[in-house]
Design a protein around this ligand. Structure first.
Ligand SMILES: NC(=O)c1ccc[n+]([C@@H]2O[C@H](COP(=O)([O-])OP(=O)(O)OC[C@H]3O[C@@H](n4cnc5c(N)ncnc54)[C@H](OP(=O)(O)O)[C@@H]3O)[C@@H](O)[C@H]2O)c1
Length: 289
């Protein structure tokens, strides 16, 4: 493992949209909220410390969404990091929140516009670096949803457009409307169903941002988890192995592990410095999970 002041840099970089170069280990802010991703977090000050420590460690890509809280994660990011100073804040629009753990897609173009406008205001920026359509709403044409974001890009309010939870077909259809620079789908060692989308992202040179990189916890377990049996043989924790496997899996992979704790953050970011040998990568890749 490489020890440096900015360990996230050890993961190398990826240029999102060709012009936003970020370290390939980012941070996901969904966990900086209350139970059910609803309301404020239990420990506000620790969440502020997590965000500032992430940047100190070299993390310069932070994933968020209007719907986390809702609004709570974006507000914390602004409080902790504004004016951002080279840190890319990637947000999303397209999911209504009707209560704790309730997520309802809404792709009405007017609603998407409203939420982008509100994210601009909350984050305190004139342009959002990466705006991801959180879900494709089957009740509206894909071209209208992506088209509204493309229009806001033309207006200078969005720099790049990304997608979340899409199929290869939807990704290709959206690419016909406007350049899509990233796709964010569920992907981790225990759930690789998005592999065709990852392969498409790699083939077309766009970023693939795997959400639930730690399967929301189990892959970080030191006892009873899928990687805990390897724990004794490696100078790395299970969460680090899960993240190192992702980083090694593809050069377009940009993991965004989430946590509300500084100690977990430090462990996760250190994964950027773990270089798996071919044999180690294969061993993890072939685990029966
Ligand atoms: N596009 C989408 O639809 C979508 C959906 C879900 C998530 N996301 C994004 O993806 C990001 C990552 O997903 P996620 O946060 O849900 O899941 P995750 O990164 O797989 O796991 C986060 C969970 O694991 C725990 N954890 C993290 N590091 C740990 C460590 N070193 N040791 C022990 N436990 C650890 C955290 O608890 P502690 O807080 O206690 O550390 C948290 O409960 C989110 O933050 C969000 O930005 C996107």
């Amino acid at each position: 493992m490489t020890e440096t002041a900015t360990p996230a840099a050890a993961a190398g970089t990826i240029a999102i949209g060709g012009d936003l170069s970020v370290n390939r280990l980012g941070f996901g802010s969904m966990r900086l909220t209350g139970k059910g991703i609803w309301g404020p977090p239990a420990d506000h000050d620790e969440c502020i410390r997590v965000l500032r420590r992430a940047v100190e460690l070299g993390v310069d890509f932070i994933d968020t969404a209007d719907s986390y809280g809702p609004y709570v994660a974006e507000e914390l990011i602004r409080e902790a990091l504004h004016p951002y100073d080279g840190v890319v804040i990637a947000t999303k629009a397209g999911l209504l929140r009707t209560g704790p753990d309730e997520w309802v897609p809404l792709g009405n173009p007017s609603y998407l516009r409203q939420e982008v406008e509100m994210s601009l205001r909350r984050l305190g920026v004139e342009r959002i670096d990466l705006l991801q359509l959180h879900r494709v709403d089957p009740n509206y044409p894909l071209a209208d949803q992506v088209g509204e974001l493309a229009t806001m890009k033309d207006e200078g309010k969005i720099r790049h457009v990304g997608l979340s939870e899409v199929s290869v077909e939807q990704l290709r259809a959206a690419q016909e409307v406007t350049p899509i620079v990233s796709v964010q789908n569920l992907f981790n060692l225990t759930n690789r169903s998005a592999e065709p989308v990852l392969n498409e992202a790699e083939a077309t040179g766009i970023a693939f941002i795997p959400w639930f990189p730690l399967a929301a916890g189990p892959l970080a377990a030191t006892e009873g988890g899928p990687l805990s049996s390897l724990f004794a043989d490696h100078d790395a924790t299970p969460s680090q192995l899960a993240l190192a496997w992702l980083l090694r899996r593809s050069p377009v992979m940009l993991p965004i592990p989430g946590t509300s704790r500084v100690d977990h953050l430090e462990v996760n970011v250190a994964a950027a410095g773990i270089e798996l040998t071919d044999a180690e990568f294969e061993a993890i890749d072939n685990l029966t999970l």
